[in-house]
Design a binder for this molecule. Structure first.
Ligand code: BGC
Length: 915
């Protein structure tokens, strides 16, 4: 039962907020925790094996606490000390009252105590202007009299950095320190470099690039726009602990040297230009070789910002994809298809004469003539250039300070044919643990799931972006909020969104309006007066923390964001007219209901805004109550009531028609419970009418699309939900899939057989927003849902339909692996479920009566893990404790005695179950 703490054994931890979580690995029926006991020890010598560390006195011993909690248990010992490693372990008592053995140990290490802008002996430095270097190399050589006991590098940049120590790369992170609003906070990384140092001379070297800080960002990226600052700068310090415990700090200052190297330019949008003839061999060896012209680094002052220890994984290199086809349309030019639209860079192996210039252009699609389609990249050049140094040896080029969204690459300037082994597409994105799987008997749906997953991977780079390829790649809030439920199934995105919520609250305006993008680049592009607070976009500020709480069970995310969330509601209240929101910018973005371009939406902003105002206020009533703010909760509930009344008065006619008779209008009214109970069936009939008008096809945009299948399912039209999902004709989710899509498209008509490529001004082939259907696929088709936050209690309720003969969903929940997999057999339906330790589940077997249900070969009521529950909406319901179960559901006609004899069943409290 090893505990798990995210990230595993984190280094450079914020000292104030240690919390512990562990997963019980126990396959026994009803496995659960009844008590917990945590011990934390301080480790002065990190070479001590973890198991021995507990021989000493713990700094905190919680003692045995009778509690079932295994998530986010706060450290309650004396204050943690900075720059210190702690080991911890946990022991639990199980559901039978037995104490289990201690877990293996995990560790964490603290960094600086405060998010203070000042580090010892360290200041920001940059390169000398006379060099006008784009990607300067900086270095410092120092001498150690003896090998240290331990050494840590704390490092960050305005821009991007790659660090080296004595010639070797430090860590595997890329595009560090990532993107935040650099005017407010910058994250730093911590590396254990003890093993990299040696007695005598040592050299720490760093290469800097513009990145988000000083590179192109935002559309119209033709000229350098350097939104945060004119050029990159570095802040780094080595903390070296000698064998005698003495501490030495070696930080960036004017004693560092800078020089130009082979990187002529590097830009996130435009690509990297590398001239291998200008390499500086041995420039950061110990001692460095004589190469290049070095000048003193220039100290530089900035207004103080918070320096925060990074708490999520950085961008990393993931798998490598080989070409699926290579063509040579003209001599020296090769077009390669990797078979998958993705995000990353190319790794190229090339042997050519010195000065040979190789150009790599990236694209998501090819035209009819087989040439790259790059018009949709707008001003992003997405072009890497490599100039060979020659010498007869194979050279490897892999850009390190850029990324591209592409499936195809054109490589030109070749003097000899390329072999397939010479090229790889290297996938890059923020490190996230995969958590979910989803599969059905329909290969097209499986490909849709693959598109959604790749859409997520391609857009989870530092912030949740709209797209990874054109001159945009921004943290659009609307896209993020519609996709977050799906995102939580495919990967563990809690750390990623927690960081982004910080970006979002950093970007919140003083009046409470949340921005359209976070970090708020649009404020830098258009000034602080640009309109924000747009419906369904700004609402991300309330919806994202709420979804995170639901899916991960962590109230801390609500507590941290509570005041920002409240300010957004207050802003809406103060800028509404009789609780009706004013029209806002984006409508039902890219809907197909005939509205004006580019949003395409007929559903008015006032309706969308007022619906979301009610929705987010309703969420806040729950959040406030959860956090114990009772008066606030009542205030939000009353406010929601007024908004709902105003909504009905303004937008709903007596025959329950909405003033804008669109799919999205009915979806919002139904999804957010804005209509009186009695009117809802009529609204569903109107919704069906609007679908019929579109030949049972969707016409929704970013706002309506995520609601389609859930609303139809909830209001008894599962048949229609499946019908929409399985449409292959335009517009539908499967239309792109049937036309070869490998990622989600931005528009329903990003490409059509009749019109070819869609509106070039905004046409990405890798936009995750319409992938928001993924949440419904896991929850409804697979049947894997939750009834208590964090999956403490699961809700397993598959809804077979749409001609599917099988579906399977699995999720590594915060408590462990859960799954729900069903398939049709000759004798009925077999449903296999897995309920993780320390959780329970509500089961909705897809049966009309419990008489049809057998569990593990037994009548369900003979199974000691299963309990009867009151039927809901005439559907039979059971409950179960942790364990794995095989249910068999006979078709209704086979069931003996379709009348129910449920009255003879005596429900047992779950906690008493045992074998
Ligand atoms: C982005 C969208 C975004 C929208 C807002 C676009 O340029 O790509 O995904 O939500 O603008 O209007």
């Amino acid at each position: 039962m090893p505990p798990s703490l995210w990230p595993d054994s984190p280094q450079g931890f914020n000292v104030t907020n240690a919390r512990f979580a562990w997963k019980l690995r126990d396959a026994r029926l009803g496995a659960a925790q009844t008590s917990r006991h945590i011990q934390v020890v301080r480790v002065d010598d990190t070479s001590i094996p973890q198991a021995n560390a507990f021989a000493g006195e713990p700094v905190w011993d919680s003692g045995e606490v009778f509690s079932t909690d295994s998530l986010y248990v706060p450290y309650e010992g004396p204050p943690l000390e900075p720059h210190t490693r702690y080991h911890w372990r946990v022991r639990i008592r199980d559901h039978k009252g037995h104490l289990l053995p201690w877990s293996s140990a995990a560790w964490f290490e603290t960094a600086f105590a405060e998010p203070s802008p000042n580090w010892p002996a360290t200041g920001w430095v940059t390169a000398n202007d006379s060099d006008n270097p784009q990607c300067p190399h900086l270095r410092k050589t120092f001498t150690l009299a003896a090998r240290p006991r331990s050494a840590r590098l704390y490092i960050t940049a305005r821009g991007l950095f790659e660090a080296r120590l004595n010639g070797g790369r430090v860590g595997e992170d890329l595009l560090t320190p990532g993107w935040t609003d650099y005017t407010r906070r910058i994250e730093y990384l911590t590396y254990d470099v003890t093993a990299n140092l040696s007695t005598g001379p040592n050299t720490l070297g760093v290469i800097l690039a513009d990145g988000w800080y000083a590179g192109h960002l935002g559309w119209n990226a033709a000229t350098p726009n350097r939104h945060y600052g004119p050029k990159p700068a570095l802040l780094a310090v080595l903390r070296i602990v000698g064998q005698d415990g003495s501490v030495r700090w070696i930080g960036t200052d004017e004693s560092w040297q800078t020089a130009c190297g082979p990187l002529i330019s590097a830009d996130l949008y435009h690509g990297e230009h590398y001239d291998a003839r200008r390499e500086l061999p041995g420039w950061c060896d110990a001692p460095p070789h004589l190469c290049g012209t070095w000048q003193p680094a220039v100290p530089i002052e900035f207004p103080a910002v918070e320096l925060n220890a990074r708490e999520l994984s950085s961008v990393r290199q993931h798998e490598e994809t080989p070409p699926v086809s290579m063509r040579t349309p003209s001599p020296g030019r090769c077009i390669i298809d990797f078979g998958q639209n993705l995000i990353g860079v190319i790794r190229l192996r090339i042997t050519a004469l010195a000065g040979t210039k190789i150009t790599l252009r990236h694209a998501e699609m090819v035209q009819n003539d087989g040439e790259l389609y790059t018009a949709n990249l707008r001003s992003a050049r997405a072009t890497d250039i490599y100039v060979c140094c020659g010498g007869g040896r194979a050279e490897i080029f892999q850009p390190r300070f850029t990324f591209h969204g592409f499936r195809y690459v054109e490589i030109s300037g070749l003097t000899a044919p390329l072999q397939s082994d010479d090229v790889r597409a290297v996938v890059l994105h923020t490190g996230m643990t995969p958590t979910g799987t989803f599969e059905t008997s329909n290969p097209l749906l499986n490909q849709l799931q693959s598109c959604i997953r790749w859409g997520q991977r391609s857009n989870f780079l530092e912030v949740p972006t709209d797209c990874p390829q054109r001159d945009e790649r921004l943290g659009w809030t609307g896209d993020a909020q519609v996709f977050i439920p799906t995102a939580t199934f495919n990967y563990d995105v809690a750390p990623f969104y927690r960081k982004w919520l910080r970006d979002l609250t950093d970007a919140q305006r003083a009046d409470g309006a949340f921005p359209d993008v976070a970090p708020d680049l649009l404020k830098l592009m258009y000034g602080p007066d640009r309109r924000t607070g747009n419906a369904a976009w700004a609402d991300a500020g309330v919806i994202c923390p709420w979804v995170l709480y639901q899916r991960y069970g962590d109230t801390d995310v609500l507590a941290r964001n509570y005041s920002a969330m409240t300010r957004w509601i207050d802003y809406q209240e103060s800028t509404s007219c009789n609780h009706i929101r004013p029209a806002t910018s984006f409508g039902d973005w890219l809907a197909l209901d005939g509205g004006p371009s580019p949003s395409g939406s007929l559903t008015p902003g006032e309706l969308i805004g007022t619906a979301y105002f009610a929705h987010t206020t309703g969420i806040m009533a729950q959040v406030a109550s959860l956090l114990g703010h009772t008066a606030e909760s009542l205030r939000f509930a009353a406010l929601r009531h007024h908004i709902v009344t105003a909504f009905n008065r303004r937008f709903v006619a007596t025959d329950v028609r909405l003033t804008s008779d669109t799919q999205t209008a009915y979806l919002l009214a139904l999804a957010f419970d804005l209509l009186p109970e009695a009117s809802r069936p009529t609204a569903v009939a109107h919704l069906e009418r609007t679908l019929k008008r579109h030949h049972y096809h969707l016409a929704t945009g970013f706002v309506g699309t995520p609601l389609l299948a859930p609303v139809l399912t909830r209001f008894g039209r599962l048949d229609l939900a499946y019908r929409l999902l399985q449409n292959k004709t335009y517009p539908s989710w499967l239309f792109p899939v049937a036309n070869g899509a490998t990622t989600m498209w931005e528009r329903w008509n990003s490409w059509t057989p009749d019109d070819g490529f869609g509106d070039v001004n905004m046409n990405s082939f890798n936009h995750y927003a319409y992938g928001s259907i993924g949440d419904w696929m896991y929850r409804t088709v697979g049947g894997l849902d939750l009834s208590e936050p964090g999956y403490r209690r699961l809700l397993l309720r598959p809804r077979p339909g749409g001609g599917l003969t099988s579906a399977a969903a699995s999720l590594d929940t915060p408590y462990g692996l859960a799954s729900s997999a069903w398939h049709q057999t000759a004798t009925g339906l077999e449903w296999n479920i897995l309920v993780p330790p320390n959780t329970t589940a509500l089961l909705f077997p897809p049966a009309r009566s419990l008489n049809e249900v057998r569990v593990d070969g037994l009548a369900w009521d003979d199974h000691c893990g299963i309990q009867f529950m009151e039927p809901q909406e005439q559907e039979p319901v059971l409950a179960c404790v942790a364990g794995s179960y095989r249910l068999h559901i006979a078709p209704p006609e086979n069931s003996i005695n379709s009348g129910t004899n449920e009255t003879s069943i005596t429900p047992q409290p779950i906690a008493n179950f045992s074998r």
